[in-house]
Design a protein around this ligand. Structure first.
Ligand SMILES: C[S@@+](CC[C@H](N)C(=O)[O-])C[C@H]1O[C@@H](n2cnc3c(N)ncnc32)[C@H](O)[C@@H]1O
Length: 315
């Protein structure tokens, strides 16, 4: 992708200026009759969709670098994981990563999905050498959280930090600053990032029936009134300015929807974004993290693997 090239997966729609991010519903249990469990759909996506490269590429990367990262961080570490995800994620990513450490002092999983947070804590407790304590917190990681020990490692896989509800002119420094404010100086952050800039790969990864089910289901779950599923058409849009893949739905007929208890009229042809996935270059990512108060320690990569992991230190 060259800098000035306008790339949109679909150019036939206007994006609303302010997007509402409904991603909190994406991986959760059904919240109303419109919805099936997002938790189940996410597991199905990972198990069945060969084009969803993100998962397996990251697993490879973690497997390859876990011991090296553990060696860099040393002993006595308090470990916090944001968004551990479903069982497949926990086994393939969290556990593989933490297996690189001989021992850790504590482990705490934070997830908006209660089952995910609890099963991560259970699973890591049973399979890793955690000396002192194991916790789970069922909360949003933008909540008022604080990790008081300077020897803390906060890690997050699945590109979570690049999957945030940013307003159109915002940037990645904002969620990174929030995470920085939760850490002491000297603590570490390990985050993965999809540095994929290949529009063909992005399209096949996101424009498929598994992702469609996940995204439409989340939108249906966010609306508290009944929406006819055949009034929604799944759309994948690449917003070149935001450098973000936006997944959402096009309404085919006028429809009243109730979102956050507020009724609103959506017209035929309106696009409702559900989740953004930012596709920044490594350099842009590191600039944003420096603006947020982190210093780069090392970036881990593998040849032909679009995912990279950044180890950062709170300045
Ligand atoms: C893309 S999945 C990644 C799961 C796993 N880490 C992986 O790489 O497969 C996102 C995870 O973060 C959780 N999550 C999303 N937004 C969150 C938020 N704002 N606060 C806490 N957890 C969140 C979801 O419930 C889910 O477990």
């Amino acid at each position: 992708m060259t800098k000035n090239q306008v790339i949109t997966v679909d150019q036939s729609i206007d994006l609303p200026e302010v997007t509402i991010n409904l991603s909190d519903d994406l991986y959760n249990e059904a919240s109303n009759d419109n919805q099936i469990s997002g938790e189940k759909l996410f597991s199905e996506l990972i198990a069945n969709c060969p084009d969803y490269y993100y998962f397996r590429s990251e697993v490879e990367l973690i497997e390859h670098h876990a011991s090296r990262i553990a060696g860099l961080l040393g002993r006595g570490l308090h470990v916090v994981e944001y968004g551990p995800g479903c069982e497949q994620s926990i086994k393939n990513k969290s556990l593989r990563f933490l297996s690189g450490f001989k021992s850790i002092e504590s482990y705490c999983a934070v997830d908006v999905n209660k089952n995910f947070a609890e099963s991560a804590a259970r699973f890591i407790g049973a399979n890793c050498n955690v000396k002192k304590s194991i916790h789970s917190i069922n909360n949003c990681f933008s909540a008022n959280l604080s990790w008081p020990d300077a020897n803390t490692l906060l890690f997050s896989f699945g590109g979570l930090i690049c999957n945030q509800p940013l307003a159109a002119n915002d940037n990645l420094s904002k969620p990174l600053s929030l995470w920085r404010s939760q850490l002491q100086k000297g603590a570490h952050l390990l985050v993965s990032q999809d540095a994929n800039q290949d529009i063909g790969k992005l399209q096949s990864a996101y424009d498929n029936k598994w992702m469609e089910r996940l995204v439409l289901n989340s939108l249906l779950g966010s609306c508290s009134n009944k929406i006819a599923a055949n009034n929604l058409k799944y759309k994948v849009v690449f917003d070149n300015q935001k450098q973000s893949v936006i997944l959402g739905a096009l309404f085919l007929q006028n429809q009243e929807i109730i979102l956050n208890n507020k009724p609103r009229l959506v017209e035929s042809g309106d696009f409702m974004p559900v989740v953004d996935s930012y596709k920044l270059t490594e350099e842009q990512f590191l600039n944003a993290s420096q603006n947020a108060g982190f210093l780069p320690v090392q970036t881990f990569r593998l040849p032909n693997n679009p995912i990279v992991m950044h180890l950062l230190r709170a300045a």
